[in-house]
Design a binder for this molecule. Structure first.
Ligand code: G3P
Ligand code: MG
Length: 249
């Protein structure tokens, strides 16, 4: 079955333009757009009340002025957090973005989205997918959406909701495991999303030989990453795509 006709860019902004703005915020996506990025990668998970929000960690400690687990917050409590000041005074007052708000912004800006289904320990993959995925499918056309996850249950659940022709799925790998083909085949994957430091030349060749798109996270040094383009890597998911100017093949 064919996949959506995705025009994958060379560079996606990881968690938004997270080198220059607080990660996973509306400000980070606007910054990415202003910097000329066409696509962003963002993490989604559920608050305790079931609201999907754009957030990476299991807790709010690192990226807000609060503490505690995301799963223990409802939306009003999450909204009280300042999620920008930790990064810099210019971002003071930034609020956690719901998935709905973020999708509206990305649609308005005409950007593409790699939405990572972030299933932190003890959280339900099915609950996340059933809540988040229909919203993403409603908001964005097939050629501007890639949904990825480290979690095979989340990927399987996503594939049950939408066929390959409607939804490009990316399988996330820390290291390429022996079962990488089986993981990809199980969900009719569009792409392999690999840790750039753990990807080998041989592994890259095998992925490309099977016809998968190959995306690497999170290379932030264009010189160190330079030879990977020659391995067949299609796209880099970087905190700072702006630093690749003049460094792309
Ligand atoms: O989706 C690529 C990358 O974001 C995966 O790792 O921990 O940054 O979400 P992480
Ligand atoms: Mg991510």
């Amino acid at each position: 079955m064919p996949h959506p006709d995705i025009a994958l860019p060379r560079l996606l902004a990881h968690r938004g333009l997270s080198a220059h703005a607080p990660e996973n915020t509306l400000a980070a996506v606007r910054a990415a757009h202003d910097a000329g990025c066409d696509w962003v990668e963002l993490d989604v998970q559920l608050l305790g009340d079931g609201t999907p929000v754009i957030w990476h960690d299991a807790t709010v400690l690192r990226c807000s002025d609060g503490r505690g687990r995301l799963a223990e917050l409802d939306l009003p409590a999450a909204r009280r957090l300042d999620v920008g000041a930790w990064f810099g005074d210019a971002f003071r007052g930034e609020r956690i973005a719901t998935l709905a708000e973020m999708l509206a912004l990305i649609a308005e800006l005409g950007m593409g989205l790699n939405l990572e289904l972030k299933v932190n320990r003890g959280r339900s993959a099915a609950a996340l997918v059933e809540s988040a995925l229909p919203k993403a499918l409603d908001a964005l056309p097939p050629e501007r959406l890639i949904v990825s996850s480290f979690d095979d249950d989340a990927l399987a659940c996503a594939r049950e909701i939408a066929p390959p022709s409607r939804l490009a799925l990316g399988v996330l790998f820390e290291g390429m495991t022996r079962d990488w083909r089986a993981r990809c085949e199980a969900v009719s994957a569009f792409g392999v999303h690999a840790d750039w430091r753990r990807l080998s030349r041989r592994g890259a060749a095998a992925v490309k030989a099977e016809g998968y798109a190959l995306l690497c996270y999170t290379p932030n040094d264009p010189a160190a990453f330079a030879n990977r383009w020659g391995w067949g890597v299609d796209a880099a998911i970087s905190d700072d795509p702006t630093c690749y100017t003049g460094h792309l093949p």
